[in-house]
Ligand binder design. Structure first.
Ligand code: SUG
Length: 448
């Protein structure tokens, strides 16, 4: 096999907190103002990465973003040293503090949309950082995301890292959470399935919560990534799913290889019929629809069944797939029952389910699939990836030591108002870069 999928997980930062910033994301609203544990969150994420390595998969990671983002506060008129800027904003506009302190870059599925070189017409792997324009705490991510992707995929011969689409509502983009690359095998060309929540004709009054992805954004990305028209398929989410809390497609669907595993209520019916017909022209498309009578939309959204990672076997066998599901799926009796029946059904290729504990992230609406960015790479492309961001168990241990030493056990949203916490975060990020041998990466390191 010469091509495979590598998962790059977002390493959770020392500033992980519950500030209730994501309207339409029910878990975020439910847990607003709760106490978080940055240490447990990061350790849970690292253990998930270890689980994949032990199962035989290739695993990478992405550094947390620099937080607080004092540049944003400066652009809003606060001045002085970083500590002064935080102290002044804490006094006059405390609501801005949670925005610049969000650890939301952990959800790497929203970092970018990725097209593998087998699919692009120019033969490069393309990355477009998501502008995340729908929420203010996430709209500040894309510049640092672009810098990080350019550091990890630092080879213009194989990789093209684009800028985010213009930060305009019409081009609202949430990255790979709404994009699925489907193919018969990693060695073959595949298609990009782009799922969107609204287009020019959508009646906004049908939506209780924001539709975070537009058709125009998805079309622009397909163009940027040099996808031939028949290799880009567009599929509309149902208003029902968005209104039930499916703020991203990956809350109600996950796909890989020739398989799309999705909830019965995920899509607009005419759009689904058309998209599935188009997919069937490319390969033996396998649609696994989960009926609402077995798993209700509510069970799907509270358990995050569809935010499982759907993996081919480590050798790329699409007939021997597995789900990496959050433990909440085990805890939900309907979902657990459904999954135990599913793996027995020989008419479909999902043979195993692994449960992982990522509860700290789940409480902000981010499951196993949210935490990772998938990149299908050939052997040569993998050899061109910056090795600092590829993991083995030893590096995971070293990152865990760092988390244990520098991350707080618990954090309350009001702790962010203390200017001293800024230094604590920078100290932790500085230590993480040292572990992987990347020096002078963050602005605070180069500006010293
Ligand atoms: O964008 N939560 C994230 C969760 C993203 C999950 N990603 C995927 N589904 N791919 C979001 O809604 C909550 C932050 C807070 O409330 O503190 C937040 O941003």
């Amino acid at each position: 096999m010469s091509a495979f999928e590598v998962n790059f997980d977002g390493l959770i930062g020392p500033n992980h907190n519950y500030s209730g910033l994501a309207f339409g994301n029910l878990a975020s609203s439910r847990n607003a103002q709760n106490t978080s544990s940055p240490k447990q969150a990061a350790l849970q994420g690292l253990e998930k990465m270890r689980t994949l390595i032990r199962l035989g998969y290739k695993q990478g990671f992405m550094l947390p973003q620099q937080r607080p983002d004092t540049q944003i506060l400066r652009a809003l008129g606060f001045s002085g040293t970083d500590e002064n800027v935080i102290a002044k904003a804490s006094q006059s506009n405390p609501e801005l503090i949670s925005m610049v302190y969000s650890a939301s870059s952990m959800w790497a599925a929203n970092a970018a949309t990725v097209t593998p070189s087998h699919d692009s017409t120019d033969g490069k792997v393309h990355f477009t950082p998501a502008n995340l324009v729908t929420t203010s705490h996430r709209a500040i991510e894309h510049q640092q995301t672009q810098k990080l992707l350019s550091t990890i995929f630092n080879n213009n011969y194989y990789f093209t890292v684009h800028s985010a689409l213009p930060s305009i509502n019409r081009f609202a983009d949430e990255g790979a959470a709404n994009h699925t690359r489907l193919t018969s095998s990693y060695d073959d060309a595949g298609v990009g399935l782009f799922v969107y929540g609204r287009d020019e004709n959508t009646s906004i009054s049908d939506l209780i919560f924001p539709a975070r992805q537009t058709l125009e954004a998805s079309q622009a990305i397909a163009r940027q990534h040099t996808l031939a028209p028949q290799h880009a398929i567009f599929l509309k989410q149902s208003a029902r799913a968005i209104n039930a809390g499916a703020f991203h497609n990956d809350v109600v669907a996950v796909g890989n290889g020739p398989v799309l595993f999705y909830h019965q209520d995920a899509y607009d019916a005419p759009s689904q019929m058309l998209a599935f017909d188009q997919l069937a022209k490319h390969f033996d498309f396998k649609a696994i629809e989960v009926p609402a009578e077995k798993v209700s939309l509510n069970d799907a959204i509270t358990s995050y069944l569809f935010n499982s990672q759907l993996l081919a076997s480590p050798t790329g066998d699409m007939n021997e797939m597995r789900l990496i599901a959050p433990t909440e799926c085990y805890d939900n009796i309907n979902v657990r029952q459904y999954l135990s029946e599913l793996v027995e059904d020989q008419n479909q290729p999902i043979r195993h389910v692994e449960y992982v504990d990522v509860r700290q992230s789940m409480s902000n609406g981010g499951g196993p699939a949210c935490l990772r960015l998938r990149v299908a790479l050939t052997e040569e492309e993998l050899a061109a990836v910056n090795p600092a961001f590829l993991l083995d168990e030893q590096k995971i241990d070293a990152l865990k030591d760092c988390v244990n030493e520098y991350y707080r056990e618990s954090l309350n949203p009001e702790d962010l108002l203390d200017p001293a916490f800024l230094i604590e975060c920078q100290t932790a990020l500085d230590a993480l870069t040292k572990v992987i041998g990347i020096h002078n990466y963050y602005d605070f390191q180069t500006q010293k």
